[in-house]
Design a protein around this ligand. Structure first.
Ligand code: ADP
Ligand code: MG
Length: 261
């Protein structure tokens, strides 16, 4: 396997405050990686340095072996880095089908005319995308009538319609019901069969549903990495999430098994 994304010793300073602090991280092509970490850990800044919204003070970001330093945001998107923001950004007056068609028309920068799909190819991919995001029966109603979870799935579909090589997904289940959360999880798992995905998430049930490998961020650096079970039983992770027990406290070991994140 090759590394699709490599972040090497990246520091981001905001007026001296290090939102990212010598962060080193990489993702293999085809991986589904989940990033967790307490508020202020640097998760959003981490996505911002990948997409180019924020420039690192130090260090390197490489995508498919290419140093991204000189590339502005829109060029990184055209290279194949797609980002889904936390709040859905779908066109509410258009239908899911129209939203997907529109998203799919934004082609990448590589020989745009040569590789632009023919209209029938495009239709087929919109049809299969609608199936993937389970919105076929709502394909032709205004997106304004969709539930929050359906809008999230539509926006994930719109991201996929742009055929990015790397999907960055920021807190896709915030504010969703349990049922909707599970559907988004199933969708990401299905997409992970053919895409490289990095998901940032707080909801631990959800992380357990989808995670293979988890990276924990803390104070702008990687605290630890591993399976969900490994990171949840790591004493450093427990300390970061629960705090160190006070001295006159009687810490019962059973009470610190499941960090509440
Ligand atoms: P997370 O997404 O993990 O909650 P962020 O990446 O948003 O963390 O923020 C990390 C830290 O950097 C926080 O302490 C935040 O206040 C600070 N920070 C983020 N963006 C800026 C900015 N533009 N200016 C100053 N401080 C910032
Ligand atoms: Mg954030």
């Amino acid at each position: 396997m090759s590394k699709i994304l490599e972040i090497e010793d990246v520091t981001v300073s905001f007026d001296g405050f290090k939102a990212l602090n010598h962060l080193t991280f990489s993702v293999e092509t085809g991986e589904l990686r989940v990033i967790i970490g307490p508020n202020g850990a640097g998760k959003t800044t981490f996505l911002d340095v990948i997409t180019g919204k924020v420039k690192p003070t130090e260090g390197k970001v490489r995508f498919q072996g290419r140093d991204l330093r000189s590339l502005p945001e829109h060029k990184r998107a055209r290279l194949g880095i797609g980002r889904k923001f936390q709040t859905p950004r779908v066109y509410l007056n258009l239908t899911p089908r129209e939203n997907l068609e529109l998203a799919g028309n934004r082609t990448k920068d590589v020989f745009p005319t040569l590789f632009r799909p023919t209209p029938s190819d495009e239709k087929r991919s919109v049809k299969s995308l609608l199936e993937t995001i389970d919105l076929t029966i709502k394909a032709d109603i205004p997106a304004a009538l969709l539930s929050h979870g359906e809008k999230q799935r539509l926006e994930i579909g719109m991201l996929v319609a742009q055929s990015p090589d790397l999907l960055l997904v920021d807190e896709p289940v915030a504010g969703l019901t349990d049922e909707e959360t599970e559907k988004v999880g199933d969708l990401l798992l299905a997409l992970a069969e053919s895409h490289t995905i990095v998901v940032i998430e707080h909801d631990m049930e959800f992380v357990r549903q989808i995670a293979n490998k988890v990276t924990v961020l803390h104070q702008g650096s990687v605290l630890c990495e591993g399976s969900m079970d490994e990171v949840q039983s790591d004493p450093r992770v427990i300390e970061v999430y629960l705090g160190t027990p006070e001295e006159d406290h009687d810490p019962t070991p059973t009470s610190v098994h499941e960090p509440v994140i």
